[in-house]
Design a protein around this ligand. Structure first.
Ligand SMILES: [Zn+2]
Length: 314
């Protein structure tokens, strides 16, 4: 288990990257009765069951769409089938509904806590499928010449038929940090776009040519006017979580503040406050503060600092 045990990180399947260059990999998998596939439409998954999870459907009877190789499990190929965005399809046979990963996050957290093998398999495939499908949805053209590109390597690359340029799925790193002062208080911020009372850890994208530790210090300074130390142990990595909405990888840190005066940028972040453990618990119980959802690394970082589960947010 990693430092933080997080939803969206658990998986049972093997990505089997060495197979991606096999000739006709996807076509052969689609003809194999042991193959299982998750089906997506506009970033939403065909889900089934109670609690809802991504349906793993047999290859026979799958709707037509872009088929991508996710890996294998117990010797069987695992695919994603991405339906055309402009249709308004009913869920495929074997599924009950369409749902986004975040819509079923609550059920996923429970299944992961129970270490339910089938649920963890479905969960891991779903996260990979949403991330990979999202990339195909926005990268249909060659970045060099603009020609429509072709899907190759089982869906793990796109190739330009004109100039041969290959593109690969992108992941955008973002830092997210529990900033703690020398009195062991936690800094939480409120973003301009959030509902009143919602607070979370500060976060932001890593910029070009920037180290993660520098991104942590820059974001905290920009958003809250607080200085994070640059000494040994002042910025400590805690764990990561893919956040494929559409392509983020959240890199979680604990950071030590060396100043405490707060000055928000009033652009992205309109309020930032220091909380003691008792103060945060009281604010949450009084309904004055709403914390991020339990599927998020933000929640995990807050609760790691707190030393246990906090109430609220389902
Ligand atoms: Zn090209």
């Amino acid at each position: 288990m990693d430092v933080l045990d997080l939803p969206f990180t658990r998986t049972r399947h093997d990505r089997a990257a060495h197979r991606r260059t096999e000739p006709d990999l996807v076509a052969r998998a689609l003809a194999d009765p042991t193959t299982r596939a998750v089906v997506l439409h506009r970033g939403r998954l065909a889900v089934a069951g109670e609690p809802a999870r991504a349906a793993l459907l047999p290859a026979s009877g799958l709707p037509d769409g872009l088929a991508l190789f996710l890996g294998e499990h117990d010797g069987a190929a695992c695919l994603a089938v991405v339906l055309p965005a402009d249709d308004d399809p009913a869920p495929p046979a074997g599924a009950d509904a369409w749902a986004g990963l975040r819509d079923i996050a609550r059920e996923q957290v429970a299944a992961l806590a129970a270490d339910d093998d089938a649920a963890v398999l479905a969960h891991g495939l779903a996260v990979e499928a949403v991330a990979l499908a999202g990339w195909h949805g926005t990268h249909g053209y060659c970045p060099r010449c603009g020609a429509p590109s072709e899907v190759v390597q089982g869906g793990w690359a796109r190739r330009c038929p004109v100039d041969g340029r290959e593109s690969y799925p992108r992941t955008d790193p973002a830092v997210i940090m529990a900033v703690v002062d020398d009195d062991d208080r936690l800094l939480l911020g409120h973003a301009a776009t959030w509902a009143p009372g919602r607070f979370s850890t500060l976060a932001g994208f890593v910029e070009a040519g920037e180290a993660l530790e520098d991104a942590v210090r820059r974001e905290v300074a920009e958003e809250a006017g607080v200085t994070v130390g640059s000494g040994p142990g002042d910025v400590v990595y805690r764990g990561s979580q893919p956040w494929p909405f559409p392509a983020s990888l959240m890199l979680g840190f604990r950071a030590r503040a060396v100043t405490t005066e707060v000055r928000t940028d009033d652009d992205e972040v309109t309020d930032a406050r220091w909380f003691t453990r008792a103060g945060l618990l009281a604010a949450v119980e009084a309904g004055e503060v709403g914390l991020p959802g339990r599927a998020s690394i933000a929640r995990a970082l807050v609760e790691e600092w707190y030393g246990g589960e906090l109430p609220g947010s389902w």
